[in-house]
Design a protein around this ligand. Structure first.
Ligand code: URA
Ligand code: SF4
Length: 203
């Protein structure tokens, strides 16, 4: 059925543990039906950096934690190279259930729709409010849609500090999975790293 949204599944008490717990039972859109579990954000509650991806992938869906698969390894490598300590980072996704199409034994990632992004946004909004990071790294078009609106173009504005509130910024960049798919991986990675280095100067 339709997208009633996550709002009515939010807990009365707004804390990260309460949110994480409540999100397990979210039925705010149809994506909970086929996924294994809700993959909520993870990291330091007082993180200086918030990293927002698209949605959990195959491995994240099984393990229940964000960015633990191939994209996560790419991300970890770039964070280290940019001098961003993983301990100072909170990692999450715009959409918290894995969307896929079964193909034989494999599960092929599918892009979430605008309606699914909107349905899931209350969780992300609450995480943003509680963690209140100095820098929010917006990883790819889905996260950009959730945080910066449908008309924001990552290709045009990547690597630019975008004010969020006094002393806090968004920096948009490509999704780490895009590096894995790029015809020229080295160039794609170099661009990603350059954007992360901008973020590192802001926190
Ligand atoms: N891609 C994402 O956007 N998020 C994850 O957690 C894993 C892969
Ligand atoms: Fe709820 Fe988001 Fe999962 Fe949809 S994707 S069921 S809104 S947690």
């Amino acid at each position: 059925m339709g997208n009633i949204g996550a709002e009515r599944f939010l807990p009365a008490e707004i804390s990260l543990p309460a949110l994480r717990d409540a999100a397990r039972c979210c039925e705010g859109c149809d994506l909970y039906r086929n996924a294994t579990q809700t993959v909520f954000g993870d990291g330091a509650p007082d993180a200086r950096y918030m990293l927002v991806g698209e949605q959990p992938g195959d491995q994240e869906d099984h393990q229940g934690a964000p960015f633990v698969g191939p994209a996560g390894r790419m991300l970890d490598k770039a964070l280290e190279e940019a001098g961003i300590d993983r301990e100072t980072v909170y990692v999450t996704n715009a959409v918290k259930h894995f969307k896929f199409e079964p193909r034989g034994k494999r599960r092929i990632h599918q892009k979430p729709t605008a309606a699914e992004i909107d349905a899931c946004r209350p969780w992300l909004n609450a995480e943003m409010l509680l963690v209140d990071p100095a820098v929010t790294l917006v990883l790819g078009a889905t996260a950009a849609r959730a945080l910066l609106g449908p008309s924001f173009l990552v290709t045009r504005h990547r690597g630019e500090p975008i004010p969020r509130r006094e002393g806090a910024y968004y920096v948009a960049t490509i999704h780490p999975s895009a590096i894995l798919r790029a015809p020229d991986r080295d160039t794609a990675y170099a661009g990603f790293l350059a954007d992360l280095k901008v973020a590192a100067t802001l926190a």
